[in-house]
Design a protein around this ligand. Structure first.
Ligand code: COA
Length: 350
């Protein structure tokens, strides 16, 4: 039994802002040169006030489902109908998100399940920050592995972190972008180990809750609820200790890749591509040097999208897939790290 990716999709808000445009619009005390040299970011996509993580998730899901149903290209009523038809066969919908449509309930996955008409699918959200997609893959494999009848899962990473960005904090507000990426996973008869193995081969997943306060939405949950009559001087936002997160992230990428390589007996030559969470190009470079893995093995698209949190790995996967950059048999490693603190990754044979 193998858990294979049979379709990928992504959705980005229509509005793209370059660094210069963001700086001018929000009045941030920084420059394009600083942002590029310290993060590798050149632009990001930002939602309007009405669009939520669930809306982007729904669009990405339709694109992934359409591809899985044999309609890779955009547009067309037939394609849309095929996506909805395949949605009827889904056994589960999982959404990894750090900013769901509602706090606690209902889950964003239930909202998307309803919009897709996927009545057979169980649905829930995963809260694992930017590691959510890596966690979600392993959970999806477990859901399919434990019951013979479950064959298909839709896994989505969807974020609108620019809605909880503190535009007064120049070290964090330049980092984030919005977007969603989705994959359709199917249980197949291919082997998942040995010769000819396919799909999800391994996952290593970690958490270090002791670092939770370095990446945190302080206001609005049970620890710090809003009180009647309270005046809010700043909207709820993501607080970040940049240096602590940076140091953690470099170690997290090294440990994840190293653990996966050792577990699978891999050398750098065996790996076709490593898809890291796109948080900061410097984090990837620092980790890459410690791992002694050539630069060209790492896929980076942070310049275009900035940090889209749990969506960054599935967006990259879809970009590579649609761009013809993935061949059957390629060995991919994903590496996520983020709020929790959480980190980890997956080994996938395409
Ligand atoms: N423009 C200009 N200067 C800035 C700036 C900006 N956008 N952001 C911070 N600075 C300044 C600081 O004010 C500080 O100035 P000072 O020395 O006069 O006080 C100086 O740059 C150095 O700050 P520091 O925080 O050490 O910068 P840095 O080189 O570590 O870069 C981050 C800051 C946020 C880019 C970096 O820490 C980082 O990427 N951290 C990880 C963030 C991340 O990945 N989060 C998501 C994880 S999923």
């Amino acid at each position: 039994m193998a858990i294979e990716i049979i379709g990928t999709g992504r959705a980005l808000p229509a509005r793209r802002l370059t660094n210069d445009e963001l700086v001018a619009e929000k009045g941030i005390d920084t420059t394009d040169e600083w942002i590029r040299s310290h993060t590798g970011i050149g632009s990001r996509y930002i939602t309007d006030d009405e669009t939520t993580s669930g809306d982007l998730a729904f669009e990405a899901a339709k694109n992934a489902l359409a591809m899985a149903a044999g309609f890779a290209e955009a547009g067309g009523a037939e394609r849309e109908a095929a996506a909805f038809e395949l949605a009827q066969t889904l056994d589960a919908i999982i959404i990894a998100t750090a900013f769901p449509d509602y706090i606690g309930c209902p889950s964003t996955a239930c909202i998307v399940q309803h919009k897709l008409g996927a009545r057979k699918a169980l649905a829930f959200d995963v809260t694992a920050g930017c590691t959510g997609f890596a966690y979600g893959l392993e959970i999806a494999a477990g859901i399919m592995g434990i019951r013979e009848a479950r064959k298909r899962v839709l896994l989505i990473g969807a974020e609108t972190l620019t809605k909880i960005t503190n535009w007064e904090d120049r070290s964090s507000c330049i980092l984030f972008g919005d977007g969603a990426g989705a994959v359709v996973l199917e249980k197949t008869d291919a082997p998942c180990a040995g010769e000819g193995r396919r799909g999800l081969v391994n996952s290593v997943l970690f958490a270090d809750g002791g670092g939770g306060e370095s990446l945190l939405i302080k206001k609005g949950g049970g620890r710090n609820p809003y009180k009647a009559g309270e005046v809010v001087d700043i909207p709820p936002h993501l607080y970040m200790n940049g240096q602590e997160v940076y140091n953690f992230a470099v170690k997290a990428v090294v440990e994840t890749v190293d653990t996966l390589m050792k577990a699978e007996g891999l050398s750098a030559e065996d790996i076709s591509v490593i898809i890291p969470h796109q948080a900061n190009a410097r984090i990837v470079q620092a980790a890459r040097k410690r791992l002694h893995i050539p630069e060209e093995k790492f896929y980076l698209n942070i310049e275009e999208y900035a940090n889209t949190s749990a969506a960054s790995i599935p967006i990259a996967l879809d970009e590579m897939n649609r761009g013809g950059l993935l061949k059957k048999g390629d060995l991919l490693l994903t590496v996520g790290f983020g709020a929790g603190l959480t980190y980890g990754g997956n080994a996938i044979v395409w």
